[in-house]
Design a protein around this ligand. Structure first.
Ligand code: NAD
Length: 504
């Protein structure tokens, strides 16, 4: 077995249910976690079922009752120690992310750094769970809002950020006073097990083992049970819009809360006055980084017609030079897709694009080697192509020409998704037009920065079919707490609001 896996406590066959310690029992089904660069099996996981799920929930509920009694800054101190634990094992955990999902090592390490940063941010938040106070209309009365823990939060994560998406949720939920049960993607279960063990070890030192639960099981049994479970007041789900629609429907059916982080269809607009060197780098990282498998990947590029030829030629030349290969090597810029299904999505996507009249300018190939490698692709298209409305989770970039910024902004917004967007321009007026209320309709709008690589300090998420959720910084912590409005009467009278009289 690989040394990294061994150091992270991964066995050849691992249990699928954890509440600190492993929960005995399994469905009998086993999934293999495969390195997408080589096709080699890294390790296996015995899938957990609904019986194990029950144990994980009851342990989390028990731990929650004690955890909520700790003052928030004390919870923050324990989260700080989790950040330290991830810092100490960052190299191994980052390497595991790379081995399991194929993103290049600097991105694997960057992902773990993001989780460490989330822990740091959450420590600060633990002293800033502010409520407002307001002036009562009644004399001798005081009104204010306070925030209480929610309970046991369900966290469903996508394959492409197998460590950080959980941390965006868990670090904040923990300082808020909640317990968290994590259902990771079956495509990246080992990163989840390693992360769980690392963070639970910190909780165990303080007597809170089991506050974080991990359940690796099928969508039809464990996933559906989790989203229907009214003991979980909040389900935070990251993944495809298809999944989000299902989760939203089931959770709404029990009047629970959802925090949805779903698919994107992100665009960059390049104006003629832009710094084109910056724009080329911004587009290339946005479209090719993580092999096009980020929710914020740049999928559509609108270039002003006066610079379209020059810009597209330069971009095509840059694409031809992208080093594709082993993501562990420092000079590789693009690793594999997650699996052969993704390769199929890529080839079918390109066929569908051609059928609608799209012209492949570069790429479009599956590499003849072990692993799930394809070439990054640029397609000349028209904004009215049906396929452009869909997120194909692979490195395919559409290029469109425009003449007026009004058209570019309208076309950019004319898709069902609303996650990330960007403009490259040196014009103050154009930048402000893009950021205005009738500009970009996305949750993220950048100027002279690409669509991907958001900082955790800001609230992260998108509109429309991206789901409307916000995670990470700013006041996103409010999603993990319940608000209580309190009115205290310190007078000797009992006046009623709105001047109502009710004297008996
Ligand atoms: P996916 O929708 O296939 O799976 C995501 C998660 O949902 C997995 O854990 C899966 O097991 C679970 N799931 C699926 N059906 C379920 C059900 N009925 N009940 C409970 N759980 C269920 O997505 P994926 O292929 O893993 O990830 C790629 C997608 O995620 C892309 O669309 C990408 O844009 C999106 N994504 C969004 C963000 C964001 O923050 N907006 C971040 C990362 C990824």
């Amino acid at each position: 077995m690989n040394e990294v896996l061994r150091r992270l406590g991964i066995e050849e066959v691992n249990p699928g249910a954890w509440a600190g310690s492993a929960i005995d029992g399994a469905t009998g089904e086993v999934v293999s976690s495969t390195n997408p660069s080589t096709g080699e099996v890294l390790a296996k996981v015995s899938l957990a079922g609904t019986r194990e799920y029950e144990v994980v929930v009851s342990r989390a509920q028990e731990a929650f009752e004690r955890w909520r009694m700790l003052p928030a800054p004390k919870r923050g101190e324990i989260v700080r120690q989790m950040g330290q634990a991830m810092r100490a094992q960052k190299d191994d955990l980052g390497a595991l992310v790379t081995m399991e999902v194929g993103k290049i090592l600097s991105e694997g390490l960057g992902e773990v750094q993001e989780s460490i940063d989330m822990a740091d941010l959450a420590v600060g938040m633990s002293r800033q769970l502010f409520g407002l106070s307001m002036h009562s209309e009644r004399a001798g009365h005081r009104m204010y809002e306070q925030w209480h823990p929610l309970g046991v939060v369900g966290c469903i994560t996508a394959f492409n950020f197998p460590n950080a998406v959980w941390a965006w949720n868990a670090m904040v939920a923990l300082i808020a006073g909640d317990a968290v049960i994590w259902k990771p993607s079956l495509k990246a279960p080992l990163t989840a097990i390693a992360t769980h063990k690392m963070c639970d070890a910190v909780l165990a030192e303080h007597g809170f083992s089991g506050l974080l639960g991990l359940i690796i099981g099928g969508d039809a049994d464990v996933g559906e049970t989790m989203i229907a479970d009214s003991r979980l007041p909040l389900i935070s789900a990251t993944g495809s819009t298809r999944m989000g629609k299902r989760v939203n429907q089931v959770v709404a059916g029990r009047l629970g809360r959802c925090l949805l982080e779903l698919g994107g269809n992100n665009a960059i607009i390049v104006e003629p006055d832009a710094d084109l060197d910056l724009a080329i780098r911004g587009v290339a990282f946005g479209a090719v980084g993580t092999a096009g498998q980020r929710c914020t990947t740049t999928r559509r590029l609108f270039v002003h017609s006066s610079i379209a030829k020059e810009f597209t030629d330069r971009l095509v030349a840059a694409y031809r030079q992208v080093p594709i290969g082993d993501p562990m090597k420092s000079d590789t810029l693009m690793g594999p897709l997650i699996d052969d299904d993704a390769v199929r999505m890529y080839t079918e996507g390109i066929e569908a694009i051609k059928a609608e009249g799209g012209e492949v300018l570069v790429g479009g190939d599956v590499l003849d080697r072990a692993g799930s490698f394809v070439t990054p692709t640029i397609v000349r298209g028209r904004p009215d192509m049906q396929i452009v409305q869909h997120e194909i989770f692979v490195p395919i970039l559409y290029v469109f020409e425009y003449d007026s910024i009004e058209d570019a902004i309208r076309w950019q917004n004319d898709v069902p998704q609303g996650l990330s967007s960007a403009i490259f321009t040196d014009s103050f007026r154009k930048a402000e037009r893009f950021l205005a209320h009738h500009g970009s309709d996305c949750g993220i709008a950048n100027v002279n920065i690409g669509t991907s690589g958001a900082e955790i300090g800001g609230a992260f998420g998108g509109e429309k079919e991206t789901g409307g959720g916000r995670e990470a910084g700013s006041d996103s912590w409010k999603a993990y707490m319940r608000r209580q409005t309190c009115t205290l009467n310190w007078s000797t009278d009992l006046p009623l609001a709105q001047g109502v009289k009710f004297d008996i």
